[in-house]
Design a protein around this ligand. Sequence first.
Ligand code: FES
Length: 172
Amino acid sequence: MKAAPPLNTAPTRPALNADQSQLLQPLLAQHKDQPGGLLPLLHAVQDAMGYIPSEAVPEIAQAMNLSRAEVHGVITYYHHFRSSPPGKHVIQVCQAEACKACGGDALMAQAELALGCTSHNTRADGAVTLEPVYCLGLCASSPAIQINERVHARVSAGKLQRLLQETLEATP
Ligand code: FES
């Protein structure tokens, strides 16, 4: 049987690993005195790590002179921010107005079926994360998707199938 922890021991917070900490510190230094710096900082953290680890929230809150709840609230408010590591490939299907009017919903449904992964989730094997995105700046050429850092416009069902297949085949 597992021994109970001593009653007077404060629970220890899970910490960032050394690599994550090394990435985070310069970003905190860069944004901590910037007015309205929380959003740029969160973007920078996600760009650097692929997501915003929950272990980073206390450090971000302290640097920005905010409560952890405030930082957590911003992370969960914006669809863009992830709280868990993404898969090897990130596939985003635009669900904003112009793309929806041109078949964005059907593309998302097709992607879910083809990838075996529902929107907002990472497939069990870690190969892909499927996400909605709200405008990729290609409204005049909708519907649009983004695969990793590359955007694709005027995506038909056939084009989506080909792009997804090429992406999955690129998975080692
Ligand atoms: S609405 Fe989809 S790219 Fe703008």
